[in-house]
Design a protein around this ligand. Structure first.
Ligand SMILES: NC(=O)c1ccc[n+]([C@@H]2O[C@H](COP(=O)([O-])OP(=O)(O)OC[C@H]3O[C@@H](n4cnc5c(N)ncnc54)[C@H](OP(=O)(O)O)[C@@H]3O)[C@@H](O)[C@H]2O)c1
Length: 271
């Protein structure tokens, strides 16, 4: 849809990608409802956007997406606000060998990255279906189509999200609701700590600034494309891996060695 018609519920709005996306959406004329857990960064972002929007208030809501009650509340508020787009950009990282991850951390990542977008979409769907046009845009990852050493749990969450988006897109094909999936490659935000940066350097993994992801989200809002991945080698890798799931196994030996060589390898998740 045209950005000026869009009223976007943006989760993960205070994150690196969320802030860039909020700026790109509002610069194109969309309205945004910002959501995340912590008030201070949301309030700061809302006031920056208000200044750029000629003084119009930008609403924001605190919400812990691991809590079903918070999800239901967010969906009610977003419907009252007349949202016609949801961008699922909240996410929690998980990097490290599986043996070093604890049960609670794994559950938190799956809840945030997979269960929350499913539950939020389900809660908003009756409202979205009443809109003349509506869009659900899932921020996945290249790691939702290619599994790499060190990302077993994270990849599980993003592969799951991609499956959800694909099936729901087909389920809703005859309705006014479009479901889309964006798979960014590594992006330079606080999401990636020193361990990921060391791994990226050792494996020569390319990364993008968050503005590149924000521009792709804006394009997907406007062109309605079903699925997009960022980065040329990554796009090719997604195709090869999809067609021949073991063909790239040998290419990731260096990743496996780099993972094993990282000092003090710890799983990292948001608190
Ligand atoms: N950075 C990358 O390399 C990269 C690459 C591909 C895909 N992605 C995906 O892009 C999305 C955004 O990543 P980013 O780099 O912007 O991460 P980020 O800077 O760490 O931001 C994460 C955002 O999610 C929110 N969030 C985390 N847990 C939450 C919860 N339980 N409830 C509600 N909000 C929660 C955070 O705010 P609060 O902490 O205040 O809640 C923050 O707004 C994620 O889905 C990530 O998986 C990232």
């Amino acid at each position: 849809m045209n950005a000026v018609e869009a009223r976007i519920l943006l989760t993960g709005a205070s994150g690196g990608i969320g802030r860039a996306a909020a700026a790109a959406f509002t610069a194109a004329g969309a309205r945004v409802l910002l959501a995340a857990r912590n008030a201070e960064p949301l309030a700061a972002l809302a006031s920056q956007l208000r200044a750029r929007q000629g003084g119009e208030d930008v609403p924001w809501l605190m919400c812990d997406l691991r809590e079903q009650r918070d999800i239901e509340h967010l969906a009610r508020q977003a419907a009252e606000w007349r949202c016609n787009v949801v961008v699922h950009a909240a996410g929690a990282p998980a990097f490290g060998a599986l043996a070093q991850q604890d049960a609670a951390g794994i559950a938190a990542v799956i809840q945030t990255n997979l269960l929350a977008p499913i539950q939020l979409t389900r809660a908003l769907l009756p409202h979205l279906r009443r809109q003349p046009r509506a869009q659900v845009i899932c921020v996945g990852s290249v790691l939702g189509a290619i599994g790499l050493p060190g990302y077993s749990v994270y990849s599980a969450s993003k592969f799951g999200l991609r499956g959800f988006a694909q099936a729901l897109r087909r389920e809703l094909a005859e309705t006014s609701v479009q479901v889309q999936y964006l798979g960014p490659r590594s992006t330079r935000t606080a999401f990636n700590g020193a361990d990921v940066q060391a791994y990226n350097a050792a494996t020569r993994t390319a990364s993008d600034p968050p503005a590149v992801v924000a521009a792709a989200l804006l394009r997907m809002l406007e062109d309605g494309s079903a699925e997009r991945f960022l980065g040329f080698p990554e796009k090719l890798g997604v195709r090869i891996n999809g067609a021949l799931p073991t063909a790239l196994d040998g290419s990731f030996r260096r990743h496996s060695r780099s993972l094993a060589a990282l000092p003090n390898l710890q799983e990292r998740t948001h608190p």
